[in-house]
Structures are given as C-alpha cells and as structure tokens.
Design a binder for this molecule. Structure first.
Ligand code: C5P
Length: 310
C-alpha cells in the first residue's frame, strides 16, 4: 500500500481503421491484422483503497454487472494475485464509450484499472508486465494501454505503435443495443467458409497502405484505406447498419466503416466543422440512437490525478 487515497486514470475507446481476419485458430480466436486508433471517448476509473474488490458504474454502463463478469474487477483481481498484494480496491467507473459497441470500452476499463491499482498498491510491476496481464484479460486490452495508433496482430493483442501525423475527426453512430463479439466472429465464419485468411498477400499490402496514409495527415488519403472484414457479419446480424453506412455516405462523410465487431459506425470527416455538419445530418437521418463526434489519435491509459496520502 502507498497510502494514496485515490488514483484517477483515463483510458480511451478505439476504432479499427482496418481489420483483416483469418480462419479461426485452435483456441477459437481469429488471427487479425488490424490498425487501431484511440479516440476521444473515454472511460474514467477512480480507484480507492478498500478491503475487498468492488466496482460501481456511472454513465452509460450504470446497469452493467459489477461482479466478476466485469472485466475491470477481473483486472484488479489478476493484478492483486500477480503482485501478491493483500489489499482491495473500490473502482468507480464512468463510461463514455458505447457498451458492446465494437470500441473496446470494457477493455479500456480493464486497462485503466491495471494502471490505477498498480499506482494505488505500488506493486512495482513494469509497463511490460502490465501489458502481459492486459493480454491475459482480453485481446483489446493491450491497445487500450498503448493508445495513439498501432498495428495489432495475433489476436489483436500484439501491439506495434504506428506513427501518425495530424488529427482525424470522426462521427460515431452509436446504437443502444450492442452486438456480441463472439457472435459476430461466428457469423464471419459462417459467411467466409474456408475463404482467404489474414495472411494472404493482399492483406499485407493493405496494412501497409493504412500505415502510410496515417503519415500523410490527409483524411482523404486515410478514407480510401478504411476496411473491416467483420463488417459484412455485423450487417448480416444487424441489417439496419447498412442504412447507417448509406446515410453516412449521403451526409458527405469521406468514408464510413463498422468499428471492430460493431455496431458502432465510424464516419471520417475532413475537419472539425465538417464533422459537426455530418453529425447534424446523421442525427436528422435517425439511423442511430446517438451521434457523437470524436478525434484521434489520443493517448492510452494515463493517470489524471493522484489524491495524496492522509
Ligand atoms: O479477448 P476477448 O475476450 O476480447 O474476445 C472476445 C471473443 O471474441 C473471443 O472469445 C472470441 O470469440 C472472439 N475473438 C476472436 N478473435 C479475436 C478476438 C476475439 O474470435 N482475434
């Protein structure tokens, strides 16, 4: 224990600029090649000393489970066990990232919890060890630690940072009812059969295109590279998403793509005023429950405030 009274950590949601998926491996996971961008919708976790491990949720996730089903609670348990710590923590989590929206909000909670508890307990674990725990918790957790822009391979959990110039402006079309990631992958399998995997030549080329597009600082160049292999599966499970994509196109977005396993659709705009006009048109189209603007890339999980000893 460090004697700190509270640690506040903020972690971002993500969108997948490109996502290529291969045939499922023996462990059920699909090999991915994806380029993530962290965006300015955040999860805020405040960790305070307590006897046991517990959580409360505010904002979007107010009705979510706060027991072991909650990935943040599991993150605190895993860190406690690994560090041989015997104190507990109370987590107060305020969610902006859509729940089950393909933007890794639950993973951001877990990443923020690892950093917050590490600080609160003074575990002495390094960033690399925390990244290993992150990968154990879920495929998207390591990226929430790193943030900015990064290539994800393996299950999406092997992260290599990617250089990016400029700021990109997004309009996010959010649905109240989420999609289950395993169900979207199962639908992907059903639609793909024994088709090509993530390791074919075309895919390798595509990942390279996004990486150079990010260096251009030109949203028009980035727009041409957006792609998601899971999009067809998400649309098949939620046909209304085709209307969202078409409405984004009509609203003048440079391009639009389903983020991760969906159902959030990310539409790219030229700049902040353009994003706000695309957002207004999309609100009028009534194809989503909520429209938000966001920018990226933004940093990964980071400490916002330590509340001192006393
Ligand atoms: O690792 P995480 O718990 O976030 O993954 C949730 C589910 O999504 C996995 O159990 C698996 O069904 C699916 N998934 C996958 N391939 C990936 C990542 C996730 O099939 N690369």
């Amino acid at each position: 224990m460090t004697g700190l009274r509270a640690v506040h950590v903020r972690a971002p949601g993500k969108i997948n600029l490109t996502l290529r998926a291969g045939l499922p491996r023996e462990d059920g996971y699909h090999p991915l090649e994806t380029v993530f961008q962290a965006v300015s919708l955040y999860e805020d976790v405040i960790a305070r000393p307590a006897e046991d491990i517990s959580a409360e949720l505010h904002g979007r996730g107010a009705d979510l489970a706060t027991g072991r089903e909650n990935l943040a609670v599991r993150a605190a348990e895993l860190l406690r066990e690994t560090a041989g710590e015997d104190s507990g923590v109370h987590l107060s989590i305020t969610k902006q990232v859509p729940v089950a929206g393909g933007m890794a909000g639950g993973s951001a909670d877990a990443a923020a919890t690892l950093i917050a508890c590490d600080q609160l307990w003074g575990t002495g674990l390094g960033r690399e060890e925390l990244a290993e725990l992150a990968a154990e918790l879920g495929a998207d957790v390591p990226f929430a630690l790193t943030g900015m822009s990064a290539m994800g391979t393996g299950r999406g959990d092997l992260i290599s940072p990617v250089m990016s110039r400029g700021q990109y402006h997004w309009v996010l079309a959010i649905q109240d009812e989420g999609l289950s990631t395993p169900e979207v992958f199962a639908e992907f399998d059903a639609l793909t059969g024994d088709g090509p995997g993530a390791d074919d030549e075309d895919d390798a080329r595509h990942g390279g295109e996004v990486v150079s597009a990010l260096l251009s600082a030109d949203p028009l160049v980035l727009a041409r590279t957006l792609h998601n292999d899971l999009e067809q599966a998400a649309v098949s499970l939620r046909p209304g998403l085709a209307d969202v994509l078409a409405a984004a196109d009509r609203a003048g977005a440079l391009a639009a793509v389903v983020s991760g396993s969906g159902p959030t659709v990310a539409a790219l705009a030229l700049d902040a005023p353009h994003a706000s006009s695309v957002a207004d048109v999309l609100r009028g189209a009534e194809v989503a429950d909520e429209i938000q603007v966001a920018t990226g890339p933004v940093p990964g999980a980071r400490v916002i405030e330590h509340v001192g000893r006393g």
